[in-house]
Ligand binder design. Structure first.
Ligand SMILES: Nc1ncnc2c1ncn2[C@@H]1O[C@H](COP(=O)(O)OP(=O)(O)OP(=O)(O)O)[C@@H](O)[C@H]1O
Ligand SMILES: [Mg+2]
Length: 237
């Protein structure tokens, strides 16, 4: 069954200044949507607002037509949306396995072991690393843990913010392959990416943001064929 994540006319502020203005987008399960735009466009703020971290001034986030209201982050997670914030964030001082256990806190206690096993099948690289302090991992390994944490709750939608920042191309390719597989299995993926070419290759639909607004939406091929659509947003920044 197709699920739909919708953002309708979303507005949000940070430090008293508007950072998102009338943002609307739509993501279906099994699809990848890219959100592109220059530094400060509001991409990370959008992820924070969609995941219940940044309060909404106006607008709605809906799953299958049901508004989440002003849901707290753990309630958003329970509604099937998992965010992977910028910066390869893991809990340092805790082992990789404990990082996964913590992410499993939204599950019933009896489900956590099976969820860890399922997640390790997606990232076999992490199996041997389970006892390691997550703080000692490389950037690529941390990003795998961050993604694995998000997958623990078997989300219907994942919001991935600058996953490839600072990572080697081989690791980026590996992580992108995982996102493609997740989408093929029915997960909806919102992909925020500085490597616009990589994002456009993968995405089914693309949004271009600047100054807190969506300036363009359409087929990735349309942006590839008309790079000025992107350049205009970047230059306007
Ligand atoms: N913690 C904060 N407090 C106040 N304003 C912030 C904060 N973080 C970001 N902003 C502002 O919010 C706006 C949107 O920033 P945001 O980080 O969402 O953009 P972005 O598109 O993710 O940029 P980048 O490509 O650099 O990651 C910018 O004007 C930024 O200065
Ligand atoms: Mg950002």
């Amino acid at each position: 069954m197709t699920s739909v994540l919708e953002v309708r006319d979303l507005c949000a502020s940070r430090g008293g200044k508007p950072v998102l203005t009338d943002v609307s987008l739509r993501l279906e399960s099994g699809r990848i949507a890219a959100v592109l735009g220059p530094n400060g466009a509001g991409k990370s703020s959008l992820v924070l607002a969609m995941s219940g971290v940044l309060p909404l001034d106006a607008g709605e986030v809906l799953v299958d037509g049901v508004a989440l209201g002003r849901a707290a982050p753990h309630e958003v997670r329970r509604a099937g949306i998992a965010a992977i914030p910028e910066g390869h964030q893991v809990l340092t001082g805790l082992s990789v396995r404990d990082n996964l256990r913590v992410a499993g806190c939204v599950l019933a206690p009896g489900e956590v072991g099976a969820a860890i096993e399922r997640t390790l099948q997606v990232f076999p690289e992490l199996r041997e690393l389970q006892p390691r302090d997550a703080g000692t991992l490389s950037g690529g390994q941390r990003q795998m843990v961050a993604l694995a944490q998000a997958l623990m709750s078997r989300p219907r939608f994942i919001l991935v913010d600058e996953m490839s920042l600072g990572l080697a191309p081989l690791i980026v390719a590996r992580l992108m392959k995982v996102l493609q597989t997740l989408a093929a299995e029915g997960c909806g993926v919102l992909l925020i990416e500085q490597f616009t070419h990589v994002a456009l290759q993968l995405a089914d639909h693309a949004y271009v943001m600047n100054r807190g607004r969506i300036h363009f939406e359409g087929a990735p091929a349309e942006i590839e064929a008309n790079p000025q659509l992107l350049h205009a947003a970047y230059l306007a920044g």
